[in-house]
Unconditional design. Structure first.
Length: 350
């Protein structure tokens, strides 16, 4: 093994899924698998999750959704929230995907199809204040009236109402939830009867029972990635499923060179801020170059020794989130930055 490798433990994924489902019950888990399952590898993650009984997947875009459909089979429900052209709508329907709709033009495109083949399953998005996307509250009554007319015409079925929240403070989130509940009432007054409401992602679905509704869209926690500045993995009952390892390729004096660098996705700004786990204990990361990095050597360090860039805090290793905290970002950013050219090695089911 000449370079770094990302080891992914699918048995730990299964344990995290059990923990998350217990935490969000009675809401159902929607496992979010965007960004190649947060950098862990879409195919093995979806295949194992499907065997573990996960029924809902959040796939973000239509291309990913179609791939999840092939992996998970006909019994899965797959939600995508980026489908912004008629061609993408047609592709989503061809793969039997649920479509998040937070734009009037997209809704009109779906209605204009007239239910060709079969009605589109849509989830209407209200902007509750995050301003990521979604329909503004003042435009919502006309939007749901258009959806209701489309449903009566057989062009679509409104399966759900949904939104994102900022998770910035309890006060802001409470205001977002009030806007969400108002939006559901307005939709029902327009004649819609959505079966599903979903608002919360990982953090809110654990901490705020009133935010769970019918589905909880959880990504990071299922992969064992804790929130920056929040509870640790032990408190949440989850374990990181990935360990990023790299070999020592040379030792000169008190510096060891390791075969991982910025081209592999390691942030250059981590240098002089964090440590890596080595056979001789934790050692400081001194510099990050293009394809290699330098760390402080330990007595007896030799080429072929392996070090851990991130893994599990229980093993006295940095985690994706602890690295992220050192440079002011979040664990998901560290995880998804690992290059797809870094080999993935799987345990437990693949």
């Amino acid at each position: 093994m000449t370079g770094s490798v990302l080891e992914v433990d699918l048995d730990l994924l299964a344990a995290n899924l059990d923990r998350v489902r217990a935490a969000v019950a009675p809401a159902e888990l929607m496992l979010v698998v965007k960004n190649d399952a947060y950098g862990h590898g879409l195919d093995p993650v979806v295949e194992r999750a499907e065997r573990e009984g996960v029924r809902w997947f959040g796939a973000f875009d239509v291309l990913t959704g179609a791939r999840v459909r092939r992996l998970a089979g006909d019994g899965a429900r797959i939600f995508v929230w980026i489908a912004d052209t008629p061609a993408q709508v047609s592709a989503a329907l061809a793969s039997d995907l649920d479509i998040g709709v937070g734009d009037r033009r997209l809704l009109e495109d779906i209605v204009a199809r007239g239910g060709t083949g079969h009605p589109a399953r849509v989830h209407l998005k209200i902007d509750t204040g995050l301003r990521r996307n979604g329909v503004r509250p003042e435009e919502w009554p006309d939007f749901v009236a258009t959806a209701a007319a489309g449903e009566r015409a057989g062009a679509l079925v409104v399966e759900g109402i949904w939104s994102h929240i900022a998770e910035a403070s309890d006060e802001e989130d409470d205001l977002a939830r009030a806007r969400f509940d108002d939006a559901v009432r307005v939709a029902e007054a327009a004649g819609l009867r959505p079966r599903l409401r979903h608002l919360a992602a990982s953090a809110a679905s654990f901490a705020r029972p009133e935010f769970r509704y019918d589905l909880a869209r959880v990504g990071a926690f299922c992969y064992g990635i804790r929130p920056a500045g929040g509870p640790d993995e032990e408190a949440l009952g989850i374990r990181p499923i990935a360990r990023w390892e790299a070999p020592v390729v040379a030792v000169a004096g008190d510096v060891a060179r390791i075969a991982v660098g910025a081209r592999d996705g390691l942030f250059r700004t981590l240098a002089s801020r964090v440590e890596v786990a080595t056979p001789g204990g934790r050692r400081g990361l001194l510099a990050v170059h293009g394809s290699t990095s330098e760390i402080r050597a330990w007595p007896g360090a030799a080429a072929g020794d392996r070090v851990v860039i991130f893994g599990d805090a229980r093993n006295d290793e940095e985690t994706a989130t602890s690295l992220a905290e050192s440079i002011g970002t979040i664990g998901e950013e560290v995880a998804v930055r690992v290059s797809p050219l870094v080999p993935r090695r799987y345990r437990g089911g693949r």
